[in-house]
Design a binder for this molecule. Structure first.
Ligand code: NCD
Length: 306
């Protein structure tokens, strides 16, 4: 059975530390890695839209000297003819050495992995999980703060459907002394199962609030998210909730000087463009980090040591 990354806890805390170390070495010495994956192939199977995740996976494999194949929408694959995800993945696993897969159905990458002869990486499954965004977030926090423990992090926006939030809360709950502040409208609170499994089971305290203004002075990290339009059941609810939080330079006046602002992107309007110039904005650095940590993950799954 190949090694799959379906959930962020498929990696131990030690392994995540090693991936961060490898990513740092890649950033410092890119030439050392440029042929590491020569003659290896990565397939990207994206049944749902993506810019950063798919292109960072592809860019990562190309920077390792490997090649890429795949599709960026279900309509251009045999899914359109009625093929099951299992058969599609079984087919691709005959051609590629590792597969990154995004799907609108929660659990689809897990189900597909049962049919694959090569490692499957979950590149986002519905409103559930997004482990490689979490690796990106952890590398970014490590680079910005120099550590992965002992800080207060606020998650703001759509905590219900935001899969990057679910995976990052789960991942951070394994580090010491992290305080979680969950900022959302009542309708978009963090799902109970995430609270139970990641926070309550481990006895980790958390605060829930609908006011970003009330908590912003306490935060070391602010993780903003977009309201996930595509997961709403009716447009009326989306329209009512979409502008719940908009981060502006004025709102940041009460924040710490060493705050780090993260966002998995894409942004709609929840961070005003004027914030991009603030030295505390780390989300464009986060985009770059996504490539380096995926390079480290591909090397690990292919068992290639440089
Ligand atoms: C996120 C996703 O797809 O879940 N984007 C990403 O991968 N960087 C966040 C989002 O779509 O809001």
């Amino acid at each position: 059975m190949p090694r799959n990354i379906i959930d962020v806890t498929d990696l131990t805390v030690e392994e995540i530390g090693e991936l961060i170390d490898t990513a740092e070495d890649i950033i410092a010495n890119p030439a050392k890695y440029q042929d590491a994956c020569a003659h290896k192939q990565l397939a990207t199977l994206f049944f749902e839209p993506s810019t950063r995740t798919r292109l960072s996976f592809e860019s990562a494999m190309l920077a390792l000297g490997g090649s890429v194949l795949g599709f960026s929408e279900a309509a251009s694959s045999s899914t359109a003819k009625g093929e099951t995800v299992g058969d599609t993945v079984h087919t691709v696993s005959c051609y590629a050495d590792v597969i990154a897969m995004r799907h609108p159905k929660e659990g689809a990458p897990y189900a597909a992995a049962q049919f694959s002869e090569v490692p499957i990486i979950n590149a986002g499954d519905g409103g559930h999980n997004h482990p490689t965004q979490t690796l990106t977030d952890l590398l970014t926090i490590h680079r910005e703060k120099g550590r992965l423990d002992g800080f207060t992090i606020g998650f703001c926006g759509d905590l219900k459907f935001g899969r990057t939030v679910h995976s990052l809360v789960n991942a951070l709950s394994r580090y010491e002394n992290i305080k979680f502040v969950l900022i959302s409208p009542a309708e978009l609170k963090l799902p109970r199962y995430v609270k139970e499994e990641a926070l309550k089971k481990r006895g980790i305290p958390y605060r829930q609030t609908d006011s970003l203004d009330a908590v912003i002075p306490d935060l070391d990290i602010l993780y903003m998210t977009r309201v996930q339009k595509e997961r709403f059941f009716n447009e009326e609810d989306y329209l009512r909730l979409k502008d719940s939080y908009i981060l502006t330079p004025e709102k940041l006046e009460n924040a710490k000087q060493d705050l780090s602002i993260l966002h998995p992107l894409p942004r709609v309007n929840e961070i005003s463009v004027a914030v991009d110039k603030d030295p505390r904005a780390a989300y464009w650095k986060q985009v770059k980090n996504g490539k380096f940590i995926r390079m480290a993950l591909i090397l690990k799954l292919l068992d290639i040591r440089v």
